[in-house]
Write a protein that binds this ligand. Sequence first.
Ligand SMILES: [Zn+2]
Length: 353
Amino acid sequence: MNYLPPQLMKISRIVLPGDVKARMKQPHVVELSESIAKRTGKRPIHLPTVEYPSKELLAGGDRLAAQLLLGYRSVWVQPVSQLTPQERRDIRRDENLHRRVVDRDALIRERVAEYAAEIEVQRAAEQITPRKSPRGEARERVAAELETTTEAIRQAEQRDAANVDTAYAFAAPHLSDPADLSVAQSLPMPVEMYGLPLLTDVEAEEVRTVQDALDSADALLRRTQAVLRGIDRSSPFAAVAEGLGRATHQVAAEVRASRPAAVCPYCKRLPQFVASCSGCKGLGYVAADVMLGVADELKLGGDLATVATGGRLVTYAYALTAKAAVAPKAKKIRIENEAGEELVPATDDGLPF
Ligand SMILES: [Zn+2]
């Protein structure tokens, strides 16, 4: 295969796939066209691939459809020549994975969430007795599409979730004794645990279920927004659609802000602290965006892990002892995570600093 220099080509000269009109109506293509117009310099990040000299479009149907939606007459393409049949197949497969110009793991996770949501809706309507969880069935479907295993799909989802949720840096956990971990290590833990055994298997599975449900809700809300954006600007309902879009955007943001990403860095789910913890409001978990505002000391792991109690920082090991329990008179724990004055370590009280 030869890569020729990218060139601007008239769309009318390109041999397009038969489904290009149908693609133009798809919500993710509408979304992609917005991204191309506003964020990626009026052309997709990856150029559509065109065979030379036949000018047949080999990959990039959605990207081309998105540019047709924008009214472009000419588009930048990547011409290639002298393809073997295997190279042709590879390009077509690649097309399926890069359709939405996003990372493959993110695409897989999103597709699973969308399918799971669809399956849930379908089951509710048809009262089907479930063979598997909606998510399990969605994974099977995506695995079949991508010719891989459900385990590979699950791992891709987890990699993507970890990428999104750990955009903040954590100190490396210092485990004094890995055998202390009473939790199974077969699956990655669904939330940050600071290298401590803070969740049982059952609790971890509960958290995964909640994360899955919120991911499905998020995918559906994104789809809702894309569909609303598809309503013509000249329509008398354009203003209504815009209002609904804004409201949906707000709910979607709240859904994402509710997704547990870490065990509460303040109380570490310690029973004597969690109920009165203002960091997590008694929940024991916080979302990724909350972690961004948390003092670094509270993110330390293993032996260095800390707990915020009564406005002081103590080590997790010390907090486990009865001595650290909140005094009967103590009011609600107040935490100043921005200003930080409430988090200054105490210098007296015989604390182990
Ligand atoms: Zn807490």
